[in-house]
Ligand binder design. Sequence first.
Ligand SMILES: Cc1cc2nc3c(=O)[nH]c(=O)nc-3n(C[C@H](O)[C@H](O)[C@H](O)COP(=O)(O)OP(=O)(O)OC[C@H]3O[C@@H](n4cnc5c(N)ncnc54)[C@H](O)[C@@H]3O)c2cc1C
Length: 455
Amino acid sequence: MNNAKKELLKYIPKDSIKFKPEILNKFSQDRAIIEPYGKPIALVMPKSKEEIFPIIKIANKFKVPIVTRGAGTGLTGAANAINGCILLSLHRLNKILSIDISNRMIFVQPGVINSVIKKAVEKKRLFYPPDPASYDISSIGGNVATNAGGLCCVKYGVTRDYVVGLEVILGSGEIINTGRKTIKNTTGLDFTGLFIGSEGTLGIITEISLKLLPIPPNPATAIAYFDNLPSSGEAILEIFNKGFNPSLMEIIDQLSLLQVEKVYKMSLDTNASCVILMQTNGNNAFNDIKKMLDICKKYGAFNTKHVNSLIDGEKLFEIRRKVWPAFEKLGKSMLPEDVAVPRQHLAKLLKGIIDIGKKFNIEIPTMGHAGDGNLHPLFVFDKNNIQEVEKVRKAFVEIIKLSLKLGGTIAGEHGIGTLKKDFIKYELDDIYLRKMRQIKKVFDPNNILNPGKKF
Ligand SMILES: Cc1cc2nc3c(=O)[nH]c(=O)nc-3n(C[C@H](O)[C@H](O)[C@H](O)COP(=O)(O)OP(=O)(O)OC[C@H]3O[C@@H](n4cnc5c(N)ncnc54)[C@H](O)[C@@H]3O)c2cc1C
């Protein structure tokens, strides 16, 4: 048994540590199924932050990497095990610590599942907006560490917009608190922002304070089918140019519609090139949705419908929520891309993805957060077929390059992990990358935290 393992056994309670290869294997990979993963020396599942300090000490002493893990739903390999690492799964740190109704805040441990937070605050008539499609399975610690987005970001913003403070154990073994329990705070440099989206490379987040909003009023919801992609892009742009503020705006392409219809028989119009689903809330919700549909019709939407009840709206959005499960039914491997462009280039991005599919002779169904210019082309393939994986990787890179050409980003909301690490240099210049490495050294001097991920 190696020395680091021996020390772990000395300092970590028995029920918090596992060595069995079959258990370790279960925790060694996230959902980026084509990304490599290594063999950890141990899995530690602390019940309290106090159990984390000795792990950091041991990791520094023996220069062993620590890979922190939330729920393992990431899509970039960011939580994948590194050879010889300690896997640190925070799923047992899953308590809601308190809800402060007066200041509209909630204080939680990192292992709490996103939807558990949503439900807990709803009971107090409060609202935690960020809603990654994985909200039933992903942890809030993972959401913060990836700066997760979701469906309602178009109006309400991403995870970053709701984090008011963090407790973080650094790679150096020190613990810091960023932010305060007040609504405003201008003391000190903004370290909170640095840890959001840092993918476990700067510190281990052990407590999170989140801002809450009052529950929004009931929404109005609409659907518009288009027979060509550029027109849908024009309609979306005009909706924003005219000052409308949708609370949801999603796009689903024909390939996705076909698969959803095949599996769930929802009477969808599968002749359409794409469909836009949109929602508004607030005092003018019902008038606004009608006006937004008028814009869609002006750009050729041939089949439109709007509904005013929450339940009917949910039914329409079921189409979007069923895309992933519909493709899962094929029993193949799935990997979504995640690129974002300025809204005016959305249609070009959609068209370009179709062309890339043709070039590599693969179908790339695409859906995404149209209102954010953020698309998820979905690769459905056989991960054991080397040629297929090779094609997917090549098409993946072409989509990244297309996004950059259109003034976009290589990672809208899923992060970088290992999947996109090689491409970060196309988006960030040498100075930026150097400063990031310098900052990492400040918080994690021995480079023990998720080394080789993100940058
Ligand atoms: C079906 C499906 C739908 C999805 N939809 C969306 C979506 O709509 N929007 C979106 O943004 N993402 C989406 N995702 C991706 C994924 O759910 C998010 O990235 C999520 O935030 C990851 O959370 P997790 O708890 O699973 O983190 P993990 O995958 O366990 O970890 C992700 C990263 O965070 C780090 N980390 C985790 N916890 C901590 C901590 N406490 N301290 C420090 N670092 C930590 C890990 O080291 C790793 O780098 C989806 C995934 C799936 C499978």
